[in-house]
Design a protein around this ligand. Structure first.
Ligand code: PRP
Length: 175
């Protein structure tokens, strides 16, 4: 059992400021029509909630998918599968995938491939965290909250073995 996550990497205030900045940029980029936020469970639940609240545009639609890639291990197994699909048809709509973290890129490269086949009007990615050093598969990410070093982080939706998702800041898991 690892020790507690005792080093704060990104404070709650830093996250909230950055989320508002990202929302402003997204609003400028999508002036009209419905915008689907496709959030990837479970890790993105807190980010999508804050991002959605920060968006003041009229039509924001929130949909969830679940993709499994890690299990309870600290490193990616490279295995990806959809465990919960969308309930809606996204054909012809602007779609923004909302993720908590991009690590190897395996999850997002798979997800963008399958969603693109559904012919959205546009498909982009917003991630709170990006670990570019870890990339194995290329991913075209339009909105990045914070680039972070290759350390195991928890909090603000991110877990270790399902714990720590409730923290309002991002911490480095030590031990
Ligand atoms: C995390 C994260 C991304 C994925 C990123 O999800 O939410 O979906 O890993 O890693 P990758 O770039 O190496 O593919 P995880 O599978 O841990 O599930 P969770 O969101 O339910 O915690």
């Amino acid at each position: 059992m690892p020790a507690g996550p005792d080093r704060v990497l990104i404070t709650s205030e830093q996250i909230q400021t950055r989320v508002r900045e990202m929302a402003a940029q997204i609003e400028a980029d999508y002036p009209d029509g419905p915008l689907y936020l496709v959030s990837v469970l479970k890790g993105a639940f807190m980010f999508v909630a804050d991002l959605a609240r920060a968006l003041k545009r009229p039509s924001v639609r929130i949909e969830f998918m679940a993709i499994s890639s890690y299990g309870n291990a600290k490193t990616s197994s490279g295995q990806v599968k959809v465990t919960r699909d969308l309930d809606v048809n996204i054909e012809g709509y602007n779609v923004l995938i909302v993720e908590d973290i991009i690590d190897s890129g395996v999850t997002l490269s798979y997800l963008t491939r399958i969603l693109q086949q559904r012919r959205p009007k546009s498909l982009e990615i917003a991630t709170l965290l990006d670990k570019p050093e870890r990339r194995v598969q290329p991913v075209n990410v339009k909105y990045v909250g914070f680039k972070i070093p290759d350390e195991f982080v928890v909090g603000y939706g991110l877990d270790f073995a399902e714990d720590y998702r409730n923290l309002s800041e991002i911490r480095v898991l030590t031990g």
